[in-house]
Design a protein around this ligand. Structure first.
Ligand code: ATP
Ligand code: ZN
Length: 311
């Protein structure tokens, strides 16, 4: 059955009260679609300060900055089998390629808020679902250096179709990722180091952050098997912080991909086989965790947290 508005998870209790407070105080600006949420000036300022603080945190990594648009070639998403694992999250771009008569019909239907999707055709593009995705084909353009390479995507807009009333579960949000490519041993060590550094960093912001093993929301019955195998191999870790829901919320994730992306895109190195891993900060979730933990009166936050964020 197709998803409908009735399927949208509702924020109740403490989580709902938190969401309502953020909206009432102008931190968040809701739209008519759940999860498509604007941000007021205080929220934007916090997001930018957090991003700048992350830049300081990663400064000694020697990461290479690379930015990509929020859309990517459909072919790349197909190649990594995203549509087999997460068809429910993917967003696809369709465009109008018809003639004048069809344009007239499209315009009339759209004006009446009827379904005009039948007039569209694939534009060959999809919405980027994770900031690291465009990095792998880019890395394949030249050999990976023998001692590995780290890319910093900056805070990139990403899209996942998981509409929800939960202020932490957005349809479009900023994800900042560090992507590491190199030898299997060095990539494994890199991920463990960054897991500890990221946890300590989030705790230094006064957040009651804890770390746990995790799995991705793979689709369907086969997905359950994939999720179990991902956990058994300890391929995914998350840093979790309570943000009002029944369970703590993942504000940062660490993924080991083994040679998945390397083999799909043909990453090579003179040093031997290439593995990849990524560390992703959910920037909005980090800001929401700060607001939930320290309150919406930012001036009243602990002085060390204010100092960390240059406030
Ligand atoms: P979750 O299990 O909560 O759905 P995930 O494991 O799918 O998250 P990742 O794919 O690892 O998340 O994404 C990296 C980070 O992006 C997460 O740690 C989280 O902070 C953030 N994130 C993921 N999904 C959302 C969302 N719908 N809204 C806001 N932030 C998100
Ligand atoms: Zn990633």
């Amino acid at each position: 059955m197709a998803a409908s508005a009735r399927d949208v998870p509702q924020a109740t209790g403490e989580q709902g009260a938190f969401r309502d407070k953020l909206v009432a105080e102008g931190l968040l600006v809701p739209s008519r679609v759940p999860g498509v949420t604007g941000q007021g000036p205080v929220f934007v300022d916090l997001r930018q300060r957090l991003d700048a603080r992350i830049s300081k945190l990663v400064a000694d990594e020697g990461a290479i900055a690379m930015e990509f648009p929020p859309v990517e070639p459909r072919h790349d998403m197909e190649s990594v089998d995203y549509l087999s694992s997460f068809p429910q999250l993917a967003g696809s771009v369709f465009a109008f390629l018809g003639d004048e008569a069809e344009a007239l019909e499209l315009g009339e239907q759209a004006h009446a808020h009827q379904d005009w999707s039948g007039h569209l055709q694939s534009a060959g593009l999809v919405m980027v679902p994770a900031a690291c995705h465009p990095v792998y084909p880019a890395l394949a353009r030249q050999p990976v250096p023998a001692d590995g390479i780290t890319i910093d995507t900056g805070a990139a807009w990403v899209f996942r179709h998981e509409p929800s009333d939960d202020p932490c579960r957005l349809v479009a949000f900023h994800m900042r990722e560090l992507v590491r490519a190199g030898s299997p041993e060095s990539v494994g060590a890199w991920r463990d180091t960054w897991r500890d550094r990221a946890l300590a960093f989030l705790q230094s912001l006064g957040l009651p952050a804890a770390f746990d093993e995790a799995n991705d929301p793979f689709f369907g019955r086969t997905g359950k098997v994939l999720a179990r195998s991902q956990r058994a191999q300890k391929l995914k870790f998350e840093v979790l912080v309570p943000v009002g829901g029944d369970n703590p919320t993942a504000v940062a994730s660490f993924n080991a991909h083994s040679d998945h992306f390397a083999s799909v895109f043909g990453l090579v190195s003179e040093a031997g086989p290439v593995h990849t891993a990524c560390l992703g900060f959910g920037i909005e979730r980090c800001v929401l965790a700060l607001l939930f933990t320290h309150g919406t009166d930012v001036g009243g936050w602990p002085s060390d947290v204010l100092a960390e964020l240059s406030l």
